[in-house]
Design a protein around this ligand. Structure first.
Ligand SMILES: [Zn+2]
Length: 204
């Protein structure tokens, strides 16, 4: 068995981590990281939305119903792109498309309809009460997190990587919101190396 794909969960917010399951740049040359349903399960596990036992059930269900799993993956990707568009529109001081907000809200609502408010350690929390092998579980959880992020009193400032070859999002907590790269060790470093290369070429 090939080890599950490892995803980057460093954006600072779960819905943005999900938006970052496309590498390359949108819309010109996106590179899909959620290639099959198992990738979606691996992401859900890594993001702690699923326990290992749930993940195993979902993988088995997807194997039994490959077409349904493909459709669920498509729906998850549609949600992801809606999240990407909503938060980039906000970052650009624009306003998100109503249809994207509606898509996030509808998926969150479907998730709530399959959840119960349960007390644990003196606190109440929404807990999954639908079928354990519901192929849309990860999508519902991400939609709920996205709707919660949009409802915060101070919706975080979301930046988009300045690289030509990356459209990853991140919560920008820098002063003056001047952060440019999704990660200094990745895109930031590549940009620095390119500048250095350009400088050494012109001075030689
Ligand atoms: Zn980047």
């Amino acid at each position: 068995m090939t080890p599950p794909r490892q995803f980057d969960l460093g954006s600072g917010a779960l819905p943005l981590d999900f938006a970052n399951t496309v590498s390359g740049s949108r819309p010109a040359s996106p590179r899909e990281l959620l290639l099959d349903y198992d990738d979606l399960v691996a992401w859900g596990l890594q993001a702690c939305l699923l326990a290992e036992a749930d993940a195993a059930k979902l993988r088995a269900e997807a194997k039994r119903h490959p077409q349904a799993a493909r459709r669920a993956l498509e729906r998850a990707r549609d949600l992801r792109e809606a999240i990407y568009r909503v938060f980039t529109a906000r970052g650009a001081a624009g306003s998100p498309e109503a249809s994207d907000i509606a898509l996030i809200g509808a998926a969150a609502g479907e998730g709530f309809a399959r959840s119960s408010l349960v007390e644990r350690d003196g606190r109440y929390a929404w807990t999954w009460s639908g079928a354990r092998d519901d192929l849309d579980r990860v999508r519902y959880a991400v939609a709920r997190a996205a709707s919660e992020l949009l409802q915060e009193d101070d919706v975080p400032i979301v930046g988009e990587c300045a690289s030509d070859t990356c459209t990853w999002l991140f919560v920008d907590t820098s002063k003056n919101h001047s952060r440019r790269w999704c990660s200094m060790s990745d895109c930031g470093n590549r940009a620095k190396a390119r500048r250095h290369y350009a400088r050494t070429r012109t001075t030689n």
